[in-house]
Design a protein around this ligand. Structure first.
Ligand SMILES: [Zn+2]
Length: 253
């Protein structure tokens, strides 16, 4: 059953160690993990706080901000400001960012390298719902109000740990899901309407009215561009070669 539980005060924490803090506006996306095993947040938190594979003297707390069970319960484990040691010292797919400082770790309980047929629907649903709520795309009444739109990231900024140099995490099925989700969310680059063409021609230096009507001024602006390009057929037709050249000329292609 879909539920949201704030566990920040109720999980085991290290006696002396604490996570460093960041500003929430520095968060540039979320990174999805799997536990590679258990479905018990207390067990995982105890393991992280005690001597473990990351630190022989224990970590400050559970190494993720959110933990989603197979039955679809979302646990809130750490403040958004806390830099959890989720992604490790690996690289980041987003230039100019740090894997831990600029990303929020979410873990799905389960081993999705082995479990077939992959994460249950309710767990996947909880993950997508949490993400849509966090980025302010879709408000969910179960999830804490203060998390709605709390991070200023585009919808396509959901990643898997595999994108950060850990190929086995979060396992093939979740990996496929996240990669597909991100590619569908990315705006298509291209001139998909007459207005797109008119905007692009104006960005290049033409002066046409952006009204969505392909009249003689728009056509002659395209002819001017084709002539200036030097390699295009000068026919005033909105074809793929002119499209690619125009996008390239205005720095989008
Ligand atoms: Zn991971």
């Amino acid at each position: 059953m879909f539920r949201f539980i704030d566990m920040r005060e109720d999980l085991p924490r290290h006696e002396t160690k604490v996570f460093q803090k960041r500003k929430v506006e520095h968060i540039k996306g979320i990174v999805v993990h799997h536990t590679a095993g258990g479905d018990d947040i207390n067990n995982t938190a105890r393991y992280h706080v005690g001597p473990n594979h990351v630190s022989s003297s224990g970590c400050p707390a559970l190494l993720y901000t959110f933990y989603i069970t197979k039955s679809g319960i979302i646990y809130w484990a750490n403040d958004l400001e806390e830099v959890t040691w989720s992604q490790g010292g690996h690289g980041s797919p987003v230039p100019g960012t740090n894997a831990n400082n600029n990303f929020l770790g979410v873990v799905c309980a389960g081993n999705y390298s082995k479990d077939n047929p992959g994460p249950p629907f309710v767990q996947t649903f909880a993950l997508m719902t949490l993400w849509a709520h966090l980025v302010g795309q879709l408000k969910n009444s179960y999830i804490a109000k203060e998390l709605y739109g709390a991070i200023d990231c585009p919808i396509e900024s959901m990643w898997g740990h595999h994108n950060f140099g850990k190929p086995a995490c979060p396992g093939p099925t979740l990996t496929t899901l996240i990669d597909t989700f991100r590619s569908y969310s990315q705006p298509t680059i291209g001139l998909n309407s007459i207005i797109d063409w008119q905007e692009a021609l104006n960005s290049w230096g033409a002066k046409v009215i952006e009204d969505g009507v392909w009249g003689s001024n728009s056509r002659s602006a395209l002819v001017d561009f084709q002539k200036a390009n030097g390699k295009l057929v000068v026919d005033g037709i909105r074809g793929p070669m002119s499209e690619a050249a125009l996008l390239n000329a205005i720095g989008i292609g």
